[in-house]
Design a protein around this ligand. Structure first.
Ligand code: DSN
Length: 428
């Protein structure tokens, strides 16, 4: 077959972009070669609707083994009692959970997107805000911390069926125990979406939601450093005794409702090549090397936050417990959009982000979000964080100076040359 030169040339360009730049998008990471190899493997050719041992197609004996290993490794990693590894993404995992436990029009309570939440936690432009009735809690204006009093007040008033804990731009740990108590008071289920801090939670660096929350979802490609995808898990509430009533009044166990909500509820054939890559990534995440990595991610985030604060930057909540931070740029007289654009010109990649109580639109924003998962995979340590913050500051304080940005870009390339990505890297 004739090689598709155009696409492979573009993929080479993308690899070069990744190799040369400083990647600070908090939701991104770099997978190992073996994760990539599994994701690009022959398992992409196989249809396998159903679950291991219960498929709708023949020839699934090998992918059954692969998917079973993925499930067992995920259970071990998160100390979960039940796992479904098939969701194509975090959004798909959340859609399946809501389909399983809610009826259209039911009330849900989630963390406000503009305070750091996620689209699938009830945003009006997302299925979760269109099919269900969304209510929100946010952060305290002074402290930047989740306002648990507000969460309780809204829960008691609205009596939602589902309370969602979790965020895409929140740098602090969560009080899952408190949220569960509130949920029990109003008869709600609790979903923890740990897509961002999953790796830190898996290795015991943040509070574990599984003992408190009925259901936990995550993506597999952020701090977990696997292929793009999702997971649904349950801890001690596995097969909870009260079950859930279907519209016909039958009692169904939670695990079977969740399995059915993934397939046939919201997805068709699972991506067995991605499930193979998830299995490889879970194996890596159980290793000593990953433990060292994820501890360093947190140390780097701490060092980076400290360096930003030293230069007068305002970090929401004043610091970080995890791998990311949200920076309010209003005292630097630059919008999130302008900062993102100027930084990209210097090959420093961040994303513009709303900050709590933002006065600008989501297309402009007053802030940026930065994270250390990807640069830590490159091998960077605390001392490099200060250097990176200096480079960011040099761009942000003079964003229209093309000459200076060109020079900064060269310094970025020089710095990253010492941290090869796929140039000469082994699988772990
Ligand atoms: N897009 C992801 C993030 O950047 O956090 C959330 O879906």
């Amino acid at each position: 077959m004739k090689r598709d030169k155009l696409i492979f040339k573009l993929l080479d360009e993308e690899q070069q972009r990744q190799e040369e730049g400083i990647e600070l998008i908090a939701s991104e990471n770099f997978v190992s070669r073996q994760v990539m190899e599994a994701a690009g493997s022959v398992a992409t050719n196989k249809y396998a609707e159903g679950l291991p041992g219960k498929r709708y197609y023949g020839g699934c004996q090998v992918v059954d083994e692969i998917e079973t290993i993925a499930i067992e490794r995920a259970k071990q990693l998160f100390n979960a009692e039940w796992v479904n590894v098939q969701p194509h993404s975090g959004a798909q995992a959340n859609a399946a959970v809501m389909l399983a436990v809610l009826q259209p029009g039911d009330k849900i309570l989630g963390f406000d997107l503009s305070h750091g939440g996620h689209l699938t936690h009830g945003s009006p432009v997302n299925f979760s805000g269109k099919l269900y009735e969304p209510h929100f809690y946010g952060v305290n204006k002074e402290t930047g911390l989740v306002d648990y009093d507000q969460l309780k007040e809204v829960a008691l008033r609205e009596k939602p069926k589902l309370i969602i804990a979790g965020a895409s731009a929140y740098s602090r740990d969560w009080d899952y125990e408190f949220i569960r108590k509130v949920a029990d008071e109003v008869g709600a289920l609790v979903l923890a979406d740990i897509s961002h801090p999953a790796g830190l939670i898996a290795r015991g660096l943040l509070t574990d939601p599984l003992p408190h929350c009925h259901i936990v979802t995550t993506t597999t490609h952020k701090t977990l450093r696997g292929p793009r995808g999702g997971l649904i898990m349950m801890g001690k509430d596995f097969e909870n005794p009260f079950g859930i009533k279907t519209p016909k009044g039958e009692i169904r166990m939670m695990s079977s409702l969740l399995d059915m909500a993934v397939f046939p509820g919201t997805q068709g054939g699972p991506l067995e090549h991605i499930i193979a890559a998830k299995a490889v990534a879970f194996g890596e995440a159980l290793s000593e090397n990953y433990m060292k990595y994820i501890v360093q991610v947190k140390k780097n985030a701490d060092a980076m936050a400290e360096a930003f604060v030293k230069l007068g930057y305002q970090i929401i909540s004043g610091g970080t417990d995890n791998h990311l931070m949200l920076i309010d740029l209003r005292n630097k007289n630059i919008t999130g959009k302008a900062a993102e654009n100027a930084l990209v010109t210097a090959d420093i990649t961040v994303n513009k982000n709303m900050v709590p109580y933002d006065d600008k639109s989501p297309f402009v924003t007053s802030g940026i979000r930065v994270g250390t998962a990807a640069i830590t995979t490159r091998g960077m340590k605390e001392k490099h964080m200060e250097h990176i913050v200096e480079l960011i500051d040099a761009v942000i304080t003079d964003p229209e100076n093309e000459h200076s940005i060109k020079k900064i870009r060269k310094r970025v390339h020089k710095l990253m040359y010492d941290f090869p990505l796929y140039r000469d890297k082994d699988s772990e």
